[in-house]
Design a protein around this ligand. Structure first.
Ligand code: GTQ
Length: 352
């Protein structure tokens, strides 16, 4: 839709221009001059479709691994900058994404912040961990791991191989509200107070502690291991149904509420059968995709992205996306749908 014709911008005159100059001096402005770009009939976003190929990014990340330590950097991360939002540390208007590396023997020191974070593990030998709230969670490829609002977290890699994961944070949302806080733990590594797997068993096994009341807005467990997720997709791939747009698509859940894992971030995993040619779909939540398994192609607006394992691409708000799979494929994705739904803003199109 041509958004410039939705409101007709009034013509100008010498007297009007003089008024605008006097308005400007008093920190005011004529709404009718900006209304068309302020209140658009459909989403308009500076965020553009973009793709990051893992085999292009990985060598740069490993160079960073030689040039700076995790400790010196605090977090050794390549920020994924949307080409339409350069310099803003944003992959979409509302979300930050980065690719983080922890080398063998390193520790990324313990800190906490108002921003909520999620990780999706890309590579590693299954020895690295992230410690959240006194509990260490091993990070294996495909695991979805949470660092909720204001929880201390440090990342360590006692293994032999580098560990790399995708970070997704709601930093732009927090900063839009000017609500950012952060501090450091007294110790580089927070004390471990619970044994590994405790939160997953306590909250993630289809059981909850007796008469449990969620203490916060985020899931009480920190890890959604890929072995479990993959098992679900395996079963459902046989049982269907396979949606014409999404294949077999599931959302990660806060088991204590049935809602999204964190108040601002939603995450999804989908299986596409070999030969799948999906129909277009659009929604108001700009979405970051991460190819986990298989090869395929996604049409995003007028662009076509061919992807294979570990490639990342972003779909801006309201641009149609359709997926094709050359072989059985798995896509992870995340977005701000949780925040939009909480505010009553979320919309989708092309769903029957
Ligand atoms: O691991 O705590 O990519 O604080 C950006 C900010 C990761 C983290 C990022 C962070 C972190």
């Amino acid at each position: 839709m041509d958004t410039t014709t939705f409101y007709v911008r009034p013509g100008t005159s010498a007297e009007r221009k003089d008024l605008y100059r006097r308005l400007h001096e008093k920190n005011t402005a004529p709404l009718w001059e900006v209304l068309a770009k302020l209140v658009t009939p459909e989403p308009v976003s500076a965020c553009v479709p973009a793709m990051w190929r893992y085999d292009e990014i990985r060598p740069l990340l490993m160079d960073a691994g030689r040039l700076i330590t995790a400790k010196e950097a605090e977090r050794r991360v390549l920020v994924l900058e949307n080409p339409g939002l350069r310099g803003a540390s944003q992959i979409t208007q509302s979300l930050y994404a980065g690719v983080q590396l922890v080398m063998p023997g390193e520790v990324a020191p313990s800190h906490r912040h108002a921003a909520s974070a999620m990780r999706f593990v890309l590579e590693g030998d299954g020895a690295a961990y992230t410690a959240v709230d006194g509990e260490r969670t091993t990070m294996r490829p495909g695991d979805f791991v949470l660092t909720p609002f204001w929880t201390f977290h440090d990342h360590g890699n006692p293994g032999e191989a580098p560990v790399v994961w995708l970070d997704g944070l709601d930093v732009p949302i927090v900063n839009m509200f000017s609500a950012s806080f952060a501090d450091h733990h007294d110790e580089e590594m927070q004390p471990v107070t619970r044994s590994e797997g405790d939160a997953l068993a306590r909250y993630g096994g289809g059981l909850l502690p007796l008469e449990y009341t969620p203490p916060g807005m985020s899931a009480p467990m920190f890890s959604y291991p890929y072995s479990r997720t993959r098992g679900v997709l395996d079963t459902l791939s046989r049982n269907g149904p396979v949606d014409r747009r999404h294949g077999v698509k599931m959302q990660y859940v806060n088991p204590a509420t049935g809602g999204y894992p964190m108040p601002t971030i939603s995450a999804f995993i989908q299986w596409l059968p070999s030969g799948f040619t999906g129909e277009p779909y659009r929604s108001t939540d700009a979405t970051i995709y991460w190819a986990v398994e298989g090869h395929g192609r996604s049409q995003v607006g007028s662009l076509s992205f061919a992807w294979g394992p570990r490639d990342i691409f972003v779909v801006p708000s309201w641009l149609p996306v359709s997926h094709e799979a050359r072989q059985d494929a798995v896509l992870f994705s995340f977005s701000d749908r949780a925040a939009q739904k909480a505010l009553g803003l979320w919309r989708e199109d092309g769903v029957q």
